[in-house]
Design a protein around this ligand. Sequence first.
Ligand code: HEC
Length: 270
Amino acid sequence: MKWAAGAFVVAAALVALIIVNAPPPDAEVSGGTPIPIAAVFALLEAENDAVRELWTKEIVGAGSEQGLMFDKDWRQPGVDAGPLPALFLRETAESLRRSPAPLYLFLGSDFPVNDANRFTGAQQAHFAEIKRTGQPQRFLDEDVNLHSAMFPDLAVAQPCVTCHNNDPETPKTDWKLGDIMGATTWSYPKPEVSMEEALSLVGALRQGFRDAYRQYLDKAATFANPPAVGENWPSDGYYVPSADVFMGEAEGRISAGTMRAILELEQAQE
Ligand code: HEC
């Protein structure tokens, strides 16, 4: 009994000690050294590149061969078409704008097909630097006070060149394979974020991909001849994958790279 009482006192003292020395709950959650936002942008850019390729090849490319159409006027009623790659990206950016994350995404150029995509102000100078060096640029965009990174967008396939050169609105008709046609710009208000915040940005971007794809499915449902939606892809016939199937494939392609990048950031924090 005596021993038990003694043990109780020791235990109580220990608990008191632990409580006093416990870190505040906040520190425990967001612990670790802050991550530079530039590292997060690089990770988001890799995801965006992979999903843009999935959209371009497996939906736009394979779908065009099955009779599905993709058009810059895809939003117009009566136009039975889906978004071109640049417009899929714009839908993703719109979803981010609606999300609570103050993360901005923009695909611009100095010779844009759509004048609304023309770089202005400081962005113009940073894009000139990309064209000179071929390297991504990081900067504080003082016009809007946002930390930004710009990544080159290359003419990686002949259709990029052909479609842009032949567009009635294009200010430039001699694009060549391999040219830097524009740049993807990411912006965020803070120079550094916690790991938790970095992960929430990845989550917001993935929701953006899903929302963009859903916009397409909603439009496809109104076509005079709507494609069957489910497990199958356009490479199988006149089909499009459901949002879950599309995102399953996208996540399969992007998650290993993102996980590797996160583990590297985690190690760099120690
Ligand atoms: C079938 C036609 C077509 C194809 C193929 C195409 N684009 Fe575009 N692209 C467009 C149109 C139309 C726009 C303008 C969309 C809008 O209204 O914002 C655009 C927008 C862009 C922009 C933003 C600046 C601008 O010109 O308005 C870039 C950069 C771009 N495309 C690069 C590419 C690259 C790189 C590829 C190949 C990987 C590609 N495009 C494939 C038609 C195409």
